[in-house]
Design a protein around this ligand. Sequence first.
Ligand code: UD1
Length: 313
Amino acid sequence: MSAVPIVTGGAGFIGSALVRALLAGGAPRVTVIDNFSSGKHENLVEVADRVDVHEVDIRDFEAIAPLFTAGAMVYHLAAIPSVPRSIADPVPSHEVNIDGTFNVLRAAREAGAKRVVYAASSSAYGDTEVLPKLESMRPAPLSPYAAQKLMGEYYCSVFSSCFSLETVALRFFNVFGPRQDPNSPYSGVLSIFMKCVLAGTAPTLFGDGEQSRDFTYVEDVAGLVIKAATAEGVSGMVFNAGNGNRYTLNETWKLICAIHGVEIAPNYGPPRAGDVRDSQADVTAAVRCLGHAPRFTFEEGLRRTLAWYAESG
Ligand code: UD1
């Protein structure tokens, strides 16, 4: 029998989608490590009988180490995942995103885990001259968060080369979908757009709204993460986990309004510090080496997401 997979951050928006995908794909049980800072028990409610939830913090090595087992696949998604939060309050972000990642890698290595798949970030690229962004481009982080996530990648690569722990890092590109929490000052922009359109209120776009993102539907990301766990010949490598397209915030808000059948002009505010201007993934390597095959167009993802927010309202 294969070891039970471990998902750090498994009660979060992306982590819980991954847990559901693992169970749907045949895993009999999943171990979740989450400190519930942004994770929620309700995210796992339909699968609660097949999930072993440990409310522990990845900053606490002694607490997490006993949960790692030989041969286990480790999916490391726990993080403080916000650019502006890392600027407003850099210490917790640093501790969770760098020290916590080190602890997870160390625990995985000491237990003899099979592989660690790490949720890296496309923010590592910063502003590149050329789009789409290719893994071979030189990283240029613009925020503490981006630097922290990049350090996590470097640690993954070093654990692979120095300690023979298999690792794969996936640079997530603006993941969106059901269960993304719209209620924090650091919420992802699409969750805020969903909340606004359903309430009939205008969102505030930071800057001119012409910044663009490669919004990627959460189920496509979960699918790719699982593929990265079994792909061969990729240990120590970094791949883009995106959709391959990009939309400006102005276009995106208009599209959401059109799907919902309303017309609401957005407000505009000052640009946000640490913001990347444009983001778009080159997915060639992920397709070739990991079998990446996104199933959801942006519009389909938006429809599904909007339907979920409307129902769970
Ligand atoms: C997002 C993720 C980050 C991930 C990265 C990968 C979140 C919260 N952050 O960062 O974890 O690693 O993508 O690419 O999901 N904006 C507004 N109005 C708002 C909120 C945001 O105009 O009310 C703008 C921001 O200034 C930014 C864009 O929307 O230009 C996206 O912001 P955000 O959703 O916070 O994500 P990223 O910073 O791109």
